[in-house]
Design a protein around this ligand. Structure first.
Ligand SMILES: Cc1ncc(COP(=O)(O)O)c(C=O)c1O
Length: 425
């Protein structure tokens, strides 16, 4: 099983049977409040009628279409629709099936772009410690989570900026920390060491989710943007988690007012209902790659299920729901109350930090001596058994309820966590 303690699961299986709105139901009939939008993806809540209907109708009309040398209308409609909500200028889209694939595709596009412009020496990629970009070899090479890379050969030519989390100075910060923007200047050190002419791209999550909710310091992303722009280095934002409303805007790029060159997304793109990933690029990147190539296929990359009709239909319907219900705006308007409710956990047992942005909260626990991660894992299981699904990574709890969740739901999640923490050692 993916990222699972298989033996633990076998000993005590927890099985989800159905879902609706903000709740799951397990196979024993218990209702479980979804504090994590599944895995950061069910932004509009579960079993949404228009999305189900769109998938059903699409399956009846066109179940599959090969997209090598062929197309189908819905995927082009989706690209046009995405252009209307993405940052201005990011208007060409390549579809795959996951965030991992979107990340690998972004790296290949970065290489192809520099090759096309006559700078083939630009091969180095700069990631960031504690970054998560999926589990392909590109993803684990640019990512910065040691457990995910340990034991696997990594691709050559990857370097990593420092992570921006600074609990010693910024614990219990509401929103973006005031200090830490200067960590972006480490990029200048890499430029000095390797030469800008060898660096293809910098890839970061504008706000790290999976690594434990690492909110960027004020000015940090702006600084990365300025340095990359000055040195001809592409800036890739991995918005697999932050895309589609999580931070109160269509993308984190818009929330922060920083436009990268390439954006990767997945998850909320289809409200989690059908797998789909997407790599979005500026038009001139698309044109550089396609115009410079010899006649024929310009970019030797793609997946059998790229632009799958069911995924395209689910994505279009999801965008309708997001827009029709104003869910990105809703996330923005609930941010203050969300922040207040989860920062109250500062007083709960074992809590050493609370951080938040948009509809995301991270609650860091002191690790149990000699058993890092054990306390949070016990909390995960106990909260589930008490009717609330949370997500834990190491000793950090990450919360990201559906954007339709109410303050009462936030309270239920927070109270369940506090009560459970009071009981576990
Ligand atoms: C920021 C980020 N990038 C990439 C991925 C990988 O996405 P997937 O699991 O769909 O391959 C994730 C998954 O959580 C993610 O959070």
């Amino acid at each position: 099983m993916p990222f699972t303690d298989n033996r633990g699961f076998k000993a005590m299986p927890r099985l989800l049977a159905s879902a609706s709105g903000c709740h799951y139901r397990d196979t024993k009939g218990n209702e479980i409040l979804d504090g994590t939008s599944g895995l950061w993806c069910v932004n509009a809540g579960h079993a949404r009628g228009p999305i189900i209907a769109a998938i059903r109708e699409q399956a009846e009309e066109l179940d599959f279409a090969p997209t090598f040398q062929l197309g189908h209308p819905k995927v082009f409609q989706l690209a046009q629709r995405l252009e209307t909500i993405f940052p201005k200028g990011i208007n060409r889209f390549f579809f795959g099936n996951s965030g991992s694939e979107a990340g690998d595709t972004a790296l290949k596009i970065a290489y192809a772009y520099h090759e096309a412009r006559g700078e083939p020496a630009r091969k180095r990629i700069i990631g960031r410690q504690r970054g998560y970009h999926g589990v392909g070899f590109g993803g684990i090479s640019v990512g910065g989570l040691p457990n995910n890379a340990r034991g696997f050969p990594l691709l050559p030519g990857f370097s990593h900026l420092s992570a921006t989390l600074d609990i010693a100075n910024n614990a219990f910060t509401r929103g973006q920390p005031d200090t830490g923007a200067d960590l972006a200047d480490e990029l200048l050190d890499f430029i000095k060491e390797y030469g800008a002419e060898t660096i293809a791209a910098v890839m970061v999550e504008p706000m790290s989710g999976s690594a434990g909710v690492l909110v960027p310091p004020k000015g940090y992303l702006e600084r990365l943007r300025a340095i990359t722009q000055e040195h001809g280095i592409l800036l890739i934002f991995d918005e697999v988690i932050t895309g589609f409303g999580r931070l109160g805007a269509a993308t984190a790029s818009q929330r922060f007012g920083v436009t990268p060159d390439i954006i990767t997304t997945a998850k909320g793109l289809t409200n989690g209902a059908v797998p789909m990933g997407c790599t979005a690029v500026r038009q001139d990147i698309y044109e550089a790659v396609t115009q410079s190539a010899a006649p024929g296929i310009e970019f030797f990359h793609g997946y059998t299920y790229s632009g799958h009709p069911l995924a395209a239909a689910a994505a279009l319907a999801s965008l309708d729901v997001y827009e029709g219900e104003g869910l990105f705006e809703r996330a923005a308007s609930l941010e203050g109350i969300f922040e207040d409710i989860f920062h109250a956990l500062a007083n709960a047992r074992h809590v050493i930090d609370v951080r938040n942005l948009g509809m995301v909260a991270g609650i860091e626990l002191a690790p149990r001596e000699g058993a890092p991660g054990a306390r949070a894992m016990e909390l995960f299981h106990a909260c589930f058994d008490a009717g609330v699904l949370i997500r834990v990574t190491g000793d950090i709890v990450a919360l990201s309820p559906p954007l339709i969740a109410t303050p009462d739901h936030f309270e239920q999640i927070a109270v369940t966590i506090a009560d459970t923490l009071a009981k576990i050692h």
